[in-house]
Design a protein around this ligand. Structure first.
Ligand code: FES
Length: 107
């Protein structure tokens, strides 16, 4: 089991449990924390699963592939250095303690 730390746009913090093999989107949706939508179901075509990964932890993730990089141009709020699409992040053991912030809105 992994523990992920989620901060909402309003500043509330939540510890979210996740399983390796889940996507970050699946883990946050299952936790009930509001802020991600995931309207396309994770096929990288909606950009409503935008989140910002803590800068210090970006190196834990592989770089966005070309479809994610393109979709990141369509996020509803400002794109930040740590901006990623949560549906494209497959959780693995090294993501224990991952910290992310959710944007104000997804559309
Ligand atoms: S859920 Fe649609 S791009 Fe991630």
């Amino acid at each position: 089991m992994l523990l992920i730390h989620v901060t909402t746009a309003q500043g509330a913090t939540h510890d979210v449990t996740a399983q390796t093999g889940q996507t970050l989107l699946e883990a946050v949706l299952a936790s009930g924390v509001d802020g991600l939508l995931g309207e396309c179901g994770g096929c990288c075509s909606c950009a409503t699963c935008h989140c910002m990964i803590d800068d210090a932890q970006l190196a834990l993730l592989p770089a966005p592939d070309s479809s994610e990089a393109q979709m990141l141009d369509f996020v509803a709020t400002e794109r930040m250095p740590g901006s990623r699409l949560a549906c494209q992040i497959k959780l693995q053991a090294q993501h224990q303690g991952l910290k992310l912030t959710l944007p104000e809105r997804q559309f």
